[in-house]
Design a protein around this ligand. Structure first.
Ligand code: SAM
Ligand code: SF4
Length: 464
């Protein structure tokens, strides 16, 4: 039988258990929904807000397709594989026995494919891109009134998606989108087409939500945006991004403020100064470079050269407090020569990133790079990716071994099945697995001495 927790709005926001199913008291019961998310952290957080909209309309969340009368997929189309996964999920409904379900496709694939989804999968009844999420209540009302197919596909908007209720899945770290969409035009990327133009939430609205989160007991927040540091406060207060970080850090109860993803072009010295000046602002910056070759960066329309990017890195590395830097890399962009790939390897050697997310270039619809000549064969992309991963593994192993003997403060977020084993993140976003005989450490902050290292995590012991 399905477990259900019948709780009110306030306690739902505060609910820190991984409830298998929740519904809101007082709202009419309209059926059950299952929501699966693909892709990035922003999609995960969009889903938390979409779930909030459904819950406040009286739907009840369940944890399987079988138990749901309404199945929603929040999709990603950043690479071809992610988009294919969605169509394979939709195909599963072709011959599904039992009561027909309502199916909704949300997010980037919804925006990219639009009404074509109805032709390919006629059992779908809702197609809605992320730029139209603020219209979700209207679209749901149309479905409830019996309409068979409804769409929200407008990207020409200056609205942001604000909800009264957010069904937060992470009990320790609250995510908060401060800027939606993207105005950059990287030649390989679908995001500007699928998420619409850049639009920032007002600083008042961000800080109001943050205050609520602190009152609910959250001590860590992560500001989100495709280019989070391009934040432009639309209110008369005109807070700069670095000022917003500072205001968030000063919120009573908040102990850690994070942000991702930063775009190198808009990465300014005041952000580093804010991190230097307040230890509640986490000393980690995710600054995607994509390639170490200025020629490839130009073809990618990234708006900076290798040298300009390295100037930003120097600014971060020269900070008064050590700041960890992670990045994203694409290998096998059309026309990338062996020598240009080696420039990416030499950049990795030079910067010594604390972490790298690397991807094989994937041609995407509507993007200029899709029709560029000199596509790199798949096997060659795989070869380059393997070389890059091997190098980065070596860099991370060396860096992690240097941490042995050091002390870190961790926010404890996980408990292993093994007795007395816990895990948490440092401010600089390293994962540390540690042992402690103390009970109930989840959500607390502890000091840990590092005793060992692997390429991807540190190992330590709870320090008295
Ligand atoms: N806005 C962020 C930025 O500018 O770096 C990143 C957004 S994107 C969701 C995350 C990463 O996916 C990018 O940094 C890039 O490395 C990768 N990516 C985007 N488009 C891609 C493509 N067509 N093929 C392979 N990787 C891609
Ligand atoms: Fe895509 Fe570039 Fe915008 Fe990042 S900055 S979302 S890579 S277009």
């Amino acid at each position: 039988m399905q477990k259900a927790f019948d709780i009110g709005l306030d306690s739902l926001l505060a609910d820190k258990s991984a409830a298998e199913a929740v519904f809101v008291t007082g709202a009419p019961h309209r059926g059950t929904f299952y929501l699966e998310t693909f892709g990035c952290q922003m999609n995960e957080h969009d889903s938390e807000k979409v779930a909030g909209v459904l819950l406040s309309r009286g739907y009840r969340q369940v944890d399987s397709v079988e138990a749901a009368s309404f199945v929603l997929y929040n999709t990603c189309s950043i690479r071809e594989k992610a988009a294919q996964k969605v169509f394979s999920r939709l195909g599963e409904f072709r011959d599904m026995p039992g009561e027909p379900k309502k199916i909704g496709v949300l997010g980037c694939v919804a925006q990219q494919e639009g009404e074509k989804i109805f032709h390919r999968s006629p059992w779908v009844s809702l197609v809605c891109g992320s730029a139209s999420y603020s219209k979700l209540p209207e679209l749901l009302a149309q479905l409830e009134a019996g309409e068979k197919r409804v769409t929200g596909l407008d990207t020409d908007t200056d609205e942001t998606f604000e909800t009264e209720l957010t069904r937060r899945d992470n009990p320790w770290r609250a995510y908060l989108t401060i800027i939606e969409g993207c105005d950059k035009a990287c030649s390989y990327c679908v995001v500007p087409y699928t998420r619409g133009p850049e639009r920032s939430r007002s600083s008042d609205s961000v800080l109001r939500e943050l205050r609520q989160l602190a009152e609910l007991g959250y001590t860590e927040v992560q500001f989100l945006g495709q280019t989070v540091n391009s934040y432009a406060d639309p209110s008369p207060r005109k807070m700069k991004f670095s000022e917003l970080l500072q205001a968030a850090a000063e919120m009573p109860g908040m102990r850690r403020v994070r942000f991702t993803t930063s775009h190198p072009r808009d990465f300014s010295p005041d952000i580093v100064e804010a991190i230097e000046g307040d230890t509640r602002i986490c000393n980690h910056v995710h600054l995607p470079v994509q390639s170490g070759s200025s020629r490839v960066l130009r073809a990618m329309q990234r708006t900076y050269s290798r040298e300009e990017y390295l100037e930003k890195i120097a600014m971060v590395r020269n900070a008064k407090r050590p700041i960890a830097v992670t990045t994203d890399i694409i290998v096998g962009f059309p026309g990338e020569t062996e020598k240009e790939f080696e420039e990416t390897l030499s950049l990795l050697e030079e910067v010594k990133y604390e972490g790298v997310f690397s991807f094989k270039y994937s041609p995407r619809p509507n993007t200029p790079a899709q029709s560029m000549p000199d596509a790199i064969p798949e096997e060659e992309k795989s070869r380059r990716l393997a070389i890059l991963l091997k190098l980065q593994r070596k860099i991370q192993t060396e860096a992690n071994e240097k941490s042995v003997g050091k002390m870190f403060e961790l926010h404890v977020e996980g408990k292993s099945r093994k007795e007395n084993q816990w895990s948490g993140h440092t401010s600089c976003h390293r994962v540390v697995n540690f042992s402690s005989p103390q009970p109930n450490l989840l959500g607390s902050y502890v000091r840990v001495r590092v005793s060992g290292a692997t390429p991807n995590c540190l190992i330590g012991d709870h320090a008295p």
